[in-house]
Design a protein around this ligand. Structure first.
Ligand code: NAD
Length: 477
């Protein structure tokens, strides 16, 4: 890497080693070699960060939204100016190709938007005789954010920007697989002049610092993006401690349904991009595709050509669009699912030939609905393309999952599109489009096991605020 990355914790406006001085090794997804030794936050560091946030909260909350916004917009500019450095950091550490890196633009847009976003307003009521009743919208205090590794900058910005804009102080814990981006942005926040303690950034493993945050009595809202398994653990910790409010963005097994009247070329191009992006490591990737039997064969042929033309290689090379899986564990998991797939369905693509942590784009067809690769989120460039005969059957199959993050339907028939969209059990449905999602002002989140609450430009600030009813008795009214 060109410059030595920051590896210390960011607490109360300062970078410092962890209280135990312990570090963990961060290997490069690109080379497999040691990229950095990163400080591992202890329970003591979590306490310190939460205490710093709690102390910083009153003065930060007392600022006007405009004055808080001035810090946010400075950070937005600094993130945008650092696009190249951030892209390289993520390419080196988790294999994200620089050619598909739109995260700095997306991330800085969050800070820019929330620097001027309308502050949520309360309501008033004259419906109780003798009273004027009002609601107050107030920040909650200390917000914790726990984020995954697959798009660390986006999740940092998506959570931190609205939480700060709403007047809260934040403690963010990054993923142990991708801690460098968050520390880089902490440094930018320092440059932007945020008051000490308003934003704190910790690195480390989930069961240690993540669990300490989830159980902390002074954290009032916890916004988590990650796996369903971790979501369940955090949910229990939150309940067993102080009933902190939870925002969960969890995993997916997103279906796309392609009807016989669809624009096949667009459907192929977009569905293969969805599952190929970041080597299949996105929560909303359409990993199950149901195609009307009359066009299934031709769709499969075209999809195979598009999907297998991915350019595998060094993610820092702008000509490459398919990087390695993020780490050895991820790589081994995906290979295991490919073996399972061969037992339950038909492998359409060639046997794996990629070396290192790379996985060749892989297609299965005729996979039974109850097969494990149909049910589990694999998080790799693996797609199942099954035929269907009727609209009813396609909807039933698409909904036959515990996940409900994203779904897509391709058809030129508007009545059919809207019938299907209204019956798909997903937080977002794309009509003649698929993930990655469009429409930043639309609520994003999961139905069923894929999440709790919604995040978006318009909805996020609300989740970081309390609503208080104030009942005012008025003599003579
Ligand atoms: P993960 O659940 O393993 O880890 C996510 C975060 O939780 C990390 O920071 C980790 O350190 C922390 N963590 C792990 N165990 C913990 C514990 N016991 N207590 C507290 N914190 C703990 O997930 P991951 O592998 O980093 O990310 C991939 C998952 O995230 C996939 O399931 C993917 O679908 C999901 N995801 C969802 C969205 C969405 O918007 N719905 C977006 C991106 C990723």
């Amino acid at each position: 890497m060109a410059t030595t990355p920051e590896t210390r914790l960011f607490i109360n406006g300062q970078f410092r080693p962890s209280s135990t001085n312990e570090t963990f090794d961060l290997p490069s997804a690109k080379t497999g070699e040691l990229l950095a030794k990163v400080y591992e936050a202890s329970a003591q560091d979590v306490d310190d960060a939460v205490a710093a946030a709690k102390a910083a909260f009153p003065a930060w909350a007392a600022l006007s939204p405009y004055d808080r916004g001035r810090y946010l917009v400075r950070l937005a500019d600094l993130i945008q100016e650092s696009t190249k450095e951030l892209a390289n950091l993520e390419a080196e550490s988790m294999g994200r190709p620089v050619s598909t890196y739109f995260d700095a633009t997306a991330g800085s847009k969050y800070f820019r938007y929330f620097s001027e976003a309308a502050y949520p307003q309360g309501s008033s009521s004259l419906n109780t005789p003798g009273f004027v009743n009002i609601t107050l919208k107030q920040p909650v205090g200390v917000v914790a954010a726990i984020i995954p590794w697959n798009a660390p900058l986006v999740f940092f910005c998506k959570k931190v920007a609205p939480a700060l804009a709403a007047g809260n102080a934040v403690v963010l814990k990054s993923s142990e697989k991708a801690p460098l981006t968050s520390l880089y942005v902490a440094n930018l926040a320092l440059k932007a002049g945020f008051p000490p303690g308003v934003l704190n950034v910790l690195s480390g493993h989930g069961p240690l610092s993540g669990a300490a945050l989830a159980s902390h009595m002074d954290v009032r809202v916890l916004s988590f993006t990650g796996s369903n398994r971790t979501g369940r653990l955090i949910s229990k910790m939150a309940t067993d401690s102080n009933m902190k409010k939870l925002v969960f963005e969890l995993g997916g097994k997103s279906p796309a349904i392609i009807f016989d009247d669809a624009d096949i070329e667009a459907a192929v191009r977009e569905t293969q991009f969805s599952i190929q992006l970041i080597s299949g490591q996105t929560c909303m990737a359409n990993s199950r595709i149901y195609v009307h039997r009359s066009i299934a064969e031709s769709f499969l042929e075209r999809f195979k050509v598009a999907f297998t033309s991915a350019r595998l290689g060094d993610p820092t090379d702008p000509a490459i669009n398919h990087g390695p899986q993020a780490d050895k564990i991820q790589h081994a998991t995906v290979l295991r699912y490919i073996e399972m797939g061969k037992e339950s369905g038909t492998l359409v693509t060639d046997e794996q030939s990629a070396s290192g942590l790379y996985i060749n784009p892989t297609i299965f067809t005729n996979v039974p609905e109850d097969a494990q690769i149909m049910k589990d989120e694999i998080f790799g460039p693996i797609v199942i393309i099954n035929p269907f005969d009727t609209e009813e059957e396609a909807i039933a199959k698409a909904n036959d999952t515990e996940h409900g993050l994203y779904a897509a339907v391709y058809t030129k028939n508007l009545d059919r599109a809207m019938r299907v969209a209204s019956r798909l059990e997903a937080g977002t449905v794309g009509v003649n489009c698929t993930s990655p999602t469009k429409g930043d002002d639309m609520p994003f989140g999961g139905q069923k096991g894929s999440g709790l609450q919604r995040e978006s430009y318009l909805h996020s600030m609300e989740t970081f605020m309390e609503t208080k009813s104030v009942l005012i008795k008025v003599a003579g009214l």
